[in-house]
Design a protein around this ligand. Structure first.
Ligand code: SAM
Length: 285
């Protein structure tokens, strides 16, 4: 049996493919990593899998064997041609030639579920690293009807995404992920597991989408705006950061809210729990 490395080299030479760096093309060539992603995605026959950036189809091939339906979203026309050729005999394969950020995923999931064959939807992807954050935010903020999101991202981003608020790797995005999902690390992946090798180590992580968000807040958008502003000035105290960014009308208003919530005046954004940000939000509504 051919290894993934042999298969990748064969396909690249057959179709005269050179990885397009601008599109974040680093093709996975590790049999073990592919197996790990597939196993941990726990794919069932009544699953819809949406694969973002299928590239040459390395993960796609395995997904097609296990899922009820696989819908791939790929921006590069060169890849589309290869994928259409490679998987034309699979009746559960569909491809969308589009920028994933412009695709109406909610509509796709709804339509597939209406067929009756699909019970749940999952995302599986080795993401293009230049747009990791917008993709993840889209998947979470659009409140898609998803069970899990299993993605390869660069290690530093992974650590921030799966951190618990209050831990050292936390950033504004950590709070969003924590609000919508239970996140965990699946496996660390070396540079040598791809061709061409990226400049950074990678990690596969998984988000299990929560049925209910982790905290109750009357205005989510406002809470995430407060968090974003708090972290744009993370070296300052939270009180100053929220005052400088006009979240508080005045320092007096901020001081009063801090007192009511028993928050120290010197506290910094990264020391707050999600619940405490929710409480500040409620005071400002
Ligand atoms: N899944 C393949 C693998 O594991 O070998 C390829 C992964 S590669 C890191 C990322 C893929 O995302 C590339 O195929 C690239 O063309 C595609 N891509 C880049 N930007 C995209 C976008 N905005 N929308 C959809 N796909 C995109």
């Amino acid at each position: 049996m051919q290894t993934i490395l042999e298969e990748t080299k064969y396909i690249m030479s057959k179709y005269h493919i050179r990885a397009n760096k601008k599109l974040g093309q680093n093709f996975l060539i590790s049999d073990e990593v592919v197996q790990k992603i597939i196993e941990d995605s726990e794919i069932k026959q009544d699953d819809l899998i949406i694969e973002i950036g299928p590239g040459l189809g390395t993960l796609t091939k395995e997904l097609l064997e296990k899922a009820g339906k696989v819908i791939c979203i790929e921006l590069d026309l060169n890849m589309i041609k290869i994928l259409e050729d490679r998987f034309k005999l699979y009746s559960n394969f569909e491809i969308i030639h589009q920028d994933v950020l412009k695709v109406d995923l909610q509509k796709i999931i709804k339509e597939e579920k209406q067929t009756g064959k699909i019970k749940q939807a999952k995302i599986v992807a080795n993401l293009p690293y230049y747009i990791t954050t917008p993709i993840i935010m889209k998947l979470l903020e659009e409140k898609l009807d998803l069970e899990t999101i299993t993605v390869m991202v660069q290690k530093e981003v992974a650590d921030r995404l799966i951190a618990v608020p209050g831990e050292k790797n936390a950033g504004a995005i950590t709070y969003s992920v924590y609000y919508y999902s239970d996140a965990k690390e699946i496996v660390e992946v070396s540079k040598e597991s791809f061709i061409p090798a990226p400049e950074v180590t990678s990690k596969v992580i998984q988000f299990k989408i929560r049925k209910e968000p982790r905290v109750q807040v009357s205005n989510e958008k406002k809470m995430f705006n407060i968090i974003k502003n708090a972290f744009t000035q993370r070296r300052k105290t939270l009180l100053n950061a929220l005052n400088n960014t006009n979240i508080f009308e005045s320092k007096e208003q901020g001081t009063k809210i801090f007192q009511e919530l028993n928050l120290q005046e010197q506290v910094r954004a990264e020391e707050l729990t999600l619940k405490q940000f929710a409480e500040i939000t409620e005071k400002l509504l």
